[in-house]
Design a protein around this ligand. Structure first.
Ligand SMILES: C[S@@+](CC[C@H](N)C(=O)[O-])C[C@H]1O[C@@H](n2cnc3c(N)ncnc32)[C@H](O)[C@@H]1O
Length: 372
């Protein structure tokens, strides 16, 4: 899967344990699905998952990992991807914008991306098959990029992986039904009836459109005008999400919580976000009892590597490498909140024990709890 800020990769097992502890959990709505890691993890447990994101590349990831039924599409997808892998390189929009004007990828790989992307359009595939092909291409490009995990800048010196040849792989799609939506979260929340909504909104000023503009342009293939050293799509200039604004995020969250039709909520939020834990509890209290569990968490890959200027040069120091990820559990029933909080705590403890055992030393798990 692609490198992604705010990805819940290491939290997926805890989220699955939490969802399983609700009294009803057959239908789950993931309102801000991003990479679809969480939605895919839930689909893997046999649940009916509806994954939503307002960006085209993320909705495409959801169509591939949640909506596409492996029973129906895997065979055709494997054949298609094998054919796409043999297409001769042909430089075009992608190579000019992202390998020459900006240097996210080497031109040898850009020219293959261009040729494969044009072929995907030419074939006018059914939506699920097209999504699988696009995800295969996006993930292959991600493995040979030259960034720190965001597309606000590229590295001044090529990353070692950028020298590798682009290689398409068949995405690990799952059998069974699911749905992908490409809507604003408020719209999706007001349309979809499910048992539980998993809500993982952006939490700071960095917009996903700006951070992942290359994937948005690759998936839309609208070949937009671009600007600046990062060569972002012009749309990034006017694109504003409530969740990226310190002033508007409270109203944005309130709108989603008001609109949501699901009985139970599981909300992820970070302690470095625009809204602190007490404010979030106050916002969610309108929906029922609220329980909170905090998990100690490694900061995103860019923060691990360092702070870079638009030329990809390392500047300044990273202040800290760990932060906290909160889980807010919301239900009208207090006993439900209690059991879900306990399930998350056990899951964190099990993971800490397994990790200490693996390292050959014991270490207490780090989480804190509050139920209101
Ligand atoms: C923190 S990320 C979700 C990460 C995801 N859970 C994962 O593990 O990959 C937040 C997501 O919210 C999406 N988003 C931002 N504003 C939105 C809106 N108004 N409606 C729907 N999705 C939105 C972004 O595109 C981004 O993918």
């Amino acid at each position: 899967m692609i490198k992604y800020i705010g990805s819940k990769r290491v939290l997926v097992p805890h989220i699955v344990r939490a969802i399983s502890a609700f009294p009803e959990s057959g239908r789950v709505l993931d309102l801000f699905s991003g990479t679809s890691r969480v939605a895919r993890g839930l689909k893997e447990t046999g649940r009916h998952v509806i994954a939503n994101d307002h960006l085209a590349y993320a909705a495409t990831l959801a169509r591939c990992y949640v909506q596409a039924d492996a029973g129906r599409w895997l065979h055709e997808a494997t054949q298609l991807i094998a054919e796409l892998a043999t297409i001769a390189p042909e430089p075009g929009y992608f190579t000019k914008a992202f390998c020459e004007d900006a240097r996210y990828f080497q031109s040898k790989n850009g020219a293959r991306v261009d040729a494969i992307r044009e072929e995907i359009t030419r074939r006018a595939l059914p939506p699920e098959l097209e999504a699988i092909a696009l995800v295969s291409l996006m993930e292959a490009a991600d493995r040979v990029d030259s960034t720190t995990g965001v597309q606000m800048a590229y590295l001044k010196q090529w990353a070692a992986r950028a020298y590798n040849d682009l290689q398409l792989r068949v995405p690990a799609i799952l059998p069974g039904a699911g749905e992908a939506l490409h809507l604003d979260a408020v719209e999706a929340a007001s349309r979809v009836e499910a048992d539980i909504a998993y809500i993982d909104p952006p939490y700071n000023q960095h917009s996903y459109m700006g951070n992942y503009h290359v994937w948005e342009s690759l998936v839309r293939w609208d070949k937009p005008e671009t600007y600046g050293i990062a060569n972002k799509r012009v749309q990034c200039k006017e694109y504003k999400s409530d969740f990226n604004s310190k002033r508007r995020i409270r109203q944005g969250l309130r709108d989603v919580f008001d609109a949501v039709l699901c009985k139970h909520l599981l909300v992820s939020f970070n302690n470095e976000g625009h809204v602190d834990r007490e404010e979030m509890i106050a916002l969610l209290s309108e929906k029922g009892h609220v329980g909170v569990v905090a998990v100690d968490f490694k900061r995103y890959v860019g923060a691990q590597i360092g702070i870079h200027n638009p030329n990809g040069e390392k500047v300044g120091k990273v202040s800290h490498l760990r932060n906290k990820e909160y889980f807010f559990v919301v239900s009208e029933r207090r006993d439900t909140v209690d059991s879900v909080v306990r399930a998350i705590e056990s899951s964190i403890q099990d993971a800490a024990l397994a990790s200490s055992a693996a390292k050959g030393k014991r270490k207490g798990h780090e989480s804190e709890r509050r139920v209101e």
